[in-house]
Design a protein around this ligand. Structure first.
Ligand code: SF4
Length: 197
């Protein structure tokens, strides 16, 4: 069985999937925020192959940026304390570069394009703007094998939406459960979620 966390902990990718609607079972994100899994549901995902493809993309990006005279910071850890709570949100964007006035955050995607990809990069932009880069203009880039999507600004109501979903995840009140297609890709075992299908 999962272990209750001392305080709520959100990982950026969970939040991105919920905010984008890529996952409709919001209970999944709520449970992971409140609990640490001691056992994960096995799946057919080839993690080793994903790592190879991802490392290749990141290596190519790093070398290109160095060639362009930047100093890329790879897998920069982000930790943000949610105001007026004991909760934290953490993430690790693939690459960040900084120049005099601007910061660009990159995330490399090896699979097909999903709505949560852009939400994820927006979350990194938002969190970086709350920390050491608060004085700088922050842009985001989602990189795919054959294209890239640049995000120049956060939508005006992004903070409002961020707070809405974060409040739900850190609440003691469980979010709505929605057993179905999401279960196939969910790490939560049946002992922790008896409704799993
Ligand atoms: S197993 Fe299914 S119902 Fe349970 S949390 Fe995961 S997605 Fe939701």
């Amino acid at each position: 069985m999962a272990e209750k966390r001392d305080s709520p902990y959100i990982w950026v990718t969970w939040l991105a999937k919920i905010m984008s609607g890529d996952i409709t079972c919001q209970w999944q994100g709520w449970f992971l925020t409140q609990n640490k899994l001691t056992k994960k549901q096995p799946n057919n995902f080839d993690l080793a192959d994903w790592k190879i493809n991802h490392t290749k993309m990141l290596t190519e990006l790093k070398e290109k940026l160095i060639k362009d005279k930047y100093m890329p910071i790879l897998e920069k850890p982000i930790k943000y304390n949610i105001p007026n709570s004991d909760a934290v949100i953490c993430g690790k964007p693939d690459c960040v570069i900084e120049n005099k006035d601007t910061v660009i955050v990159y995330d490399c995607k090896t699979g097909k394009e999903r709505d949560s990809d852009q939400v994820q990069i927006k979350l990194y932009m938002y969190l970086l703007s709350k920390g050491e880069f608060s004085e700088k203009k922050i842009k985001g880039v989602v990189l795919y094998k054959d294209k890239e999507i640049e995000i120049k600004d956060l939508p005006e109501n992004f903070e409002e939406n961020f707070n809405f979903f974060v409040d739900r995840l850190i609440s003691a009140e469980p979010s709505t459960k929605n057993p179905g297609d999401d279960c196939r890709f969910c790490d939560i075992i049946k002992d922790d979620c008896p409704e799993r299908v």
